[in-house]
Design a binder for this molecule. Structure first.
Ligand SMILES: CC(C)(COP(=O)(O)OP(=O)(O)OC[C@H]1O[C@@H](n2cnc3c(N)ncnc32)[C@H](O)[C@@H]1OP(=O)(O)O)[C@@H](O)C(=O)NCCC(=O)NCCS
Length: 323
C-alpha cells in the first residue's frame, strides 16, 4: 500500500516580534489579560516586503533542505492559506515560480485554520492516487493584513508565519506500524459562518475585509468538535490516546488546547504548544508547531503524531501520522 511519508519540515517567521505589552497603547488591554485568557505572549508581524508568498517560499526551501531535496524533485505544491497575495492566481503558483519550478502543478486550499490539515489529507490522496510522488504542503498566512487593529477582541490573537512539510510516496504494509499518513477525519458546517468570518470579499464587497469573531461562541464549540474528529481518527486506526507520542493541535488558545487534551486523556507532556510564541497563525500554526518540535528533537522518526485544527466555516479535522 502507498503511504505518504514526511521527508522534511521547515518554517519561516517575519522579522518583527510584537509582544503583548506592545498593544497596551493601541487598545484597552494588558499583557496579563492576553496571557491569562489565551496563553499568547508574542506574535510575529509581517513587514511590507514579507508576504504569504515570500514566507511560504522560505518555509518551503527550509523543508526541502531538511529533506535533502530540490524543487526539481517536487510534483505538486498545496498551499493552505486564507490570506493569498492576490485574489488570483493562486499563491501556490507564485511560490512555484519563486522556487524556479516550471513543471508539476500547484494550487491553494481555503479551510481557514483547518487549512493545513485539509492540505495534508489532500496531498495524501494525490499521492495515493498516483498523481504525485513528492508534495510540498505549505501553510502560510499574513493575518495581520485582515485584522481590525482597533478591535481588542481579535487583534491580539493572531500572528503571521509559514510552515511546510515534504510528503513522499513510499511502500507500506497497510498497518499502523507503517510510516506516513495513517488516518484522517475532516468536517465542516457552514451554519456557523457568522461566528468567525471576514466581512469582505471579491464577490460581495469587492474589498478584502476584516476578520470578525464571536470569540465566546467559537470557544463553546471548539473542544467538542476537536475531540469528535480525533476520536473518529483513533477509531479508524484502532488506537487510543495512550498510543500517541505527540499531539500537535492548532495553536489558537492554550485553554482550548488544555481542555481538548484533558477530555481525550492525552498527557500534558505529549502536547506541543507554540501559541505563546506565535499566536494564532491560522493555516500556518500546525506546521510551525511541528517544525519547532522536530527541530528541538521531540518528534523523531517512528513517533505517532496527531495533528488537529478547527477554524472559520466552521471547518475542523484531524490527521494521524507516523513520523
Ligand atoms: C477571544 C477569547 C480569548 C475571549 O476570552 P473569554 O474568556 O471568552 O472572554 P469574553 O469574550 O467572555 O470577554 C470577557 C471580557 O473581556 C473583554 N475583552 C475582550 N478582548 C479583550 C482584550 N484583548 N483585552 C482586555 N479585555 C478584553 C471583553 O470585552 C469582555 O468584557 P465584558 O465582560 O465587559 O463584555 C476566547 O473567547 C477565545 O479564545 N475564543 C476562541 C477564539 C479562537 O480561538 N478563535 C480562533 C479559532 S481558529
Amino acid at each position: 500500500m502507498i503511504r505518504s511519508v514526511v521527508r522534511g519540515t521547515g518554517a519561516a517567521l517575519p522579522r518583527r516580534i510584537m509582544k503583548n505589552a506592545d498593544f497596551e497603547g493601541m487598545v484597552e488591554t494588558s499583557d496579563e489579560w492576553i496571557a491569562q485568557r489565551t496563553g499568547i505572549r508574542q506574535r510575529h508581524i509581517a513587514a511590507d516586503d514579507e508576504t504569504t508568498a515570500s514566507l511560504g517560499e522560505a518555509a518551503a526551501r527550509a523543508a526541502l533542505d531538511s529533506a535533502g531535496l530540490t524543487p526539481a524533485d517536487i510534483d505538486l505544491i498545496v498551499l493552505a492559506t486564507s490570506t493569498p497575495n492576490n485574489t488570483f492566481p493562486a499563491t501556490a503558483v507564485e511560490i512555484q515560480n519563486r522556487l524556479g519550478m516550471h513543471h508539476g502543478f500547484a494550487f491553494d486550499m481555503q479551510a481557514v485554520c483547518s487549512g493545513f490539515v485539509y492540505a495534508v489529507t489532500t496531498a495524501d490522496l494525490y499521492i495515493k492516487g498516483g498523481l504525485a510522488k513528492r508534495v510540498l504542503v505549505i501553510g502560510s498566512e499574513t493575518f495581520s493584513r485582515i485584522l481590525d487593529w482597533s478591535d481588542r477582541s481579535t487583534c491580539v490573537l493572531f500572528g503571521d508565519g509559514a510552515g511546510a512539510l515534504v510528503l513522499e510516496a513510499d511502500e507500506g504494509t497497510g498497518t499502523i506500524a507503517d510510516r506516513g499518513v495513517l488516518a484522517m477525519s475532516l468536517r465542516s458546517d457552514g451554519a456557523h459562518k457568522d461566528k468567525l468570518f471576514v466581512d469582505g470579499g471579491p464577490s460581495t464587497t469587492g474589498t478584502v475585509g476584516h476578520l470578525r469573531m464571536e470569540g465566546r461562541e467559537v470557544f463553546k464549540h471548539a473542544v467538542g468538535m476537536i475531540t469528535d474528529v480525533i476520536e473518529a481518527t483513533f477509531s479508524q486506526a484502532g488506537i487510543t490516546a495512550a498510543d500517541l507520542d505527540w499531539f500537535v493541535p492548532h495553536q489558537a488558545n492554550k485553554r482550548i488546547i488544555d481542555a481538548s487534551a484533558k477530555k481525550l486523556g492525552i498527557a500534558e507532556q505529549k502536547v506541543v504548544v507554540t501559541v505563546d510564541l506565535h499566536g494564532n497563525t491560522s493555516a500556518a500554526s500546525v506546521p510551525l508547531a511541528l517544525s519547532v518540535a522536530v527541530a528541538d528533537g521531540r518528534i523523531k522518526k517512528g513517533d505517532l503524531v496527531l495533528l488537529e485544527a478547527m477554524g472559520g466555516g466552521f471547518t475542523w479535522g484531524a490527521v494521524l501520522v507516523r513520523w
